[in-house]
Ligand binder design. Structure first.
Ligand SMILES: Nc1ncnc2c1ncn2[C@@H]1O[C@H](COP(=O)(O)OP(=O)(O)OP(=O)(O)O)[C@@H](O)[C@H]1O
Length: 405
């Protein structure tokens, strides 16, 4: 049986007293270290708890910030910057309110600035000037230079547009005599770059009307009432510029089928669309203003916009067939110095599935090939190379593909 530690007799040592003292000192030190350790651990726990508290606070603020951004915002104008805060006047009810802003925000603001405020009237951000928004959203062209001769392969569409837009502007009495209302709006639908904008511009040119273009996507603002106000402005500008053709591009951005989602953004889009519908409905005495809208997403449109009395002529503008492509090639090479070997018929056959915009791009690129070669004549090979080059660029640009077969 082995002895336990207690049973073992330690040899007598003269220094045992001093060793005992050393042990005691070390034990004291150990005790101090242990208590320090404990203190550190407590502090660490406190720090962790503090950290957690800050983390939670940060999460709450981030959430609130997000909510602030999502909740409906209203438009107001800065009246005055006072020592007590910023005086704003709300649009719509014209009520003034005093609100506090951060130092940073305050430095950014001057009287007459438009700002977005939330439900509790806190300034969330400064907005672009109204005139800037209008200029960005609305383009007024008093004399568009596109003519019917510039449009290829869309004879039927052209006839329909002329009947519905040009006739009521040029011969309103013809409708009065027969006793019918002229069609109110025309909706052009089809793939991108097929000539929808051109059709609208050409008809405005033919009737000496101003061409007022507005992009639906630009109307979709997050601020309550802003899109609707821009729609009102659009019709007002049109009346001021009679005769006028209003062209609303990308109408799907404000007139898509209602979704189930109830976000404030969707509500604002709805309001913008309702304003458009009410402008169109209350447009009986429309005078010399016609409306043409365009979309690449016909399938997305809300039925409300297609109800009779609104856009009651729906005109499909497809990609051109071979004969159309040939005409478009001829249109875009009218001013080009084209070599005798260029065979547009053959080009139109080989470059299938191209839109008018694609054909225009091929013509310009073919011209660039000639310039790079120091030639003044554009050859068949230039057109073929241009087609190949654009096809390759297109394949690389997967997101925005325009496929040539
Ligand atoms: N049918 C066509 N005849 C002649 N040129 C055309 C035709 N279609 C398109 N183009 C050329 O393509 C350019 C773009 O066409 P346009 O802006 O009219 O297309 P869009 O259908 O309105 O396109 P998006 O739907 O993308 O707005 C025109 O400026 C013109 O040079």
């Amino acid at each position: 049986m082995t002895d336990t530690v207690d049973d073992v007799e330690m040899p007598y040592d003269e220094d045992s007293t001093s060793q005992q003292e050393k042990i005691e000192v070390l034990e004291d030190r150990l005790e101090i270290l242990e208590s320090q350790n404990e203190e550190m651990r407590d502090r660490l726990l406190d720090a962790n708890a503090e950290n957690n508290k800050y983390q939670q606070k940060l999460e709450r603020l981030t959430h609130e910030n997000k909510k602030l951004k999502q909740s409906p915002l209203f438009v107001a104008t800065v009246q005055e910057l006072t020592d007590d805060g910023v005086v704003i006047k709300q649009h719509g009810n014209n009520q003034e309110a005093l609100t506090e802003v951060t130092e940073e925000m305050r430095e950014d603001l001057t009287p007459d600035d438009r700002v977005a405020v939330n439900n509790s009237l806190s300034v969330v951000k400064r907005l672009e000037k109204e005139t800037d928004v209008r200029a960005r959203v609305m383009q007024v062209d008093h004399s568009p230079d596109v003519t019917y001769e510039d449009i290829g392969g869309l004879d039927d569409q052209l006839t329909e547009v002329r009947e519905t837009v040009e006739m009521p502007l040029e011969r309103p009495e013809a409708f009065d005599d027969v006793g019918i209302q002229p069609p109110s709006g025309v909706l052009l639908h089809g793939p991108p770059g097929t000539g929808k904008t051109m059709l609208a511009k050409a008809v405005a040119n033919q009737t000496d009307a101003s061409f007022i273009k507005m992009a639906g996507s630009e109307l979709v603002h997050k601020f309550i009432g802003e899109g609707a106000k821009l729609v009102r402005d659009l019709f007002e500008v049109a009346r001021e510029n009679e005769p006028a053709v209003i062209f609303i591009d990308e109408i799907d951005a404000i007139a898509s089928k209602r979704t189930d989602s109830k976000t404030s953004g969707d509500a604002e889009v709805q309001r913008t669309m309702m304003q458009l519908l009410s402008e169109m409905d209350g447009f009986e005495d429309r005078g010399e203003v016609r409306i043409i809208a365009a979309t690449n997403r016909f399938d997305m449109l809300d039925e409300a916009i297609l109800r009779p009395g609104r856009f009651d002529r729906l005109i499909e503008v497809p990609k051109p067939d071979a004969a159309g492509r040939e005409i478009i090639f001829r249109i875009h090479t009218r001013k080009m110095n084209v070599a005798d070997d260029v065979d547009f018929d053959e080009l139109a056959e080989t470059i299938s599935d191209a839109s008018g915009a694609d054909i225009k791009a091929i013509c310009t690129e073919a011209g660039m090939f000639a310039i790079r070669d120091d030639r003044t004549e554009v050859t068949m090979a230039d057109f073929e190379d241009a087609h190949e080059k654009l096809e390759q660029t297109d394949e690389a640009d997967v997101g925005d593909s325009v496929a040539f077969a």
